[in-house]
Design a protein around this ligand. Sequence first.
Ligand code: C5P
Length: 244
Amino acid sequence: RPFQVAIDGPAASGKSTTAKMVAQRLGFDYIDTGAFYRCVTLAALSKGIDPSKPSQASQISNLAQSSQIGLKTVFSNSSSSLPTTRVFLDKKDVSSDIRTETVSKHVSAVAAIGPVREAVLQKVRDMGATSASTSQESNSGRAGLVMDGRDIGTVVLPNADLKIFLVADSRVRAERRLQELAKSGRKEEGLDLETVQKDLERRDELDRTREASPLRKADDAVELDTSHLTIEGQVDAIVQEVYR
Ligand code: C5P
């Protein structure tokens, strides 16, 4: 089977950027599982459903089942430029819409709904299986897959060949998230560092304490603190682990 790399960690720990660049370096496929929960959240919000109301759980679960979610990652030939992932919800490109602070605020509540997780797990595993069967020969001479999320090493790919758990100080993560939002023109007006940091901490708390596959480091995962690492440094550290 293809070589599997599982990358987990709290919000804005740099998982998706790191995972994408690792995939690009190795010629592996990339699957962003957070995008699935973000799509379900966006679908709910655009139907006027308030995800913070527990009474809406079954409606949201139905949406999770019926939504068609697609990912398309475009890799670049130059190792220094970042691959981009387009996200499709029922064929519509929602790549920007799922990254707003409004979606971010509600996504953990949606991801805590057990039947939503089951629906997403199924979709993610299907995508992993399809990508493995179509993946071409890679830079590293073997087929592989990098998947990032909160429960990849513990639930989605419990037998992954390499598991990484990224951590970083919440202030550093908030700074990175705010920069990323500003750079891509998605920063909502009046949004400040304090607010972003509080939201990240609240989201981590929800992700860690929920009943259904909570965020935690798998016993056999390698922990990597990225507070003082550059993206390149993170990527190098993980690629080295793959070749170890
Ligand atoms: O990684 P990202 O910030 O896009 O993930 C959004 C949210 O989706 C997380 O805060 C978490 O609640 C949820 N999630 C999850 N399990 C995953 C990936 C994401 O619960 N594997």
